[in-house]
Design a protein around this ligand. Sequence first.
Ligand code: FES
Length: 67
Amino acid sequence: MSQSEMICRCFRVSRATVEQAVDVLGAENVKDIVRITEAGSGCMCCRCKIQELIEQRRAQNIELELA
Ligand code: FES
């Protein structure tokens, strides 16, 4: 998955934007991502992908903190 990969096509939100919302703004769930980026608030078919990405990113961040 590349940084520029489009996660939400309805609102043209990329993977990098979702990751930044997690890293910088502390988004913890899909609801946070919707509030911050609008991704997931249209057809909603990207919500599973957003949830997956949040979990991956948070796990990576925890690993970095523990290293
Ligand atoms: S693709 Fe994200 S709300 Fe439609």
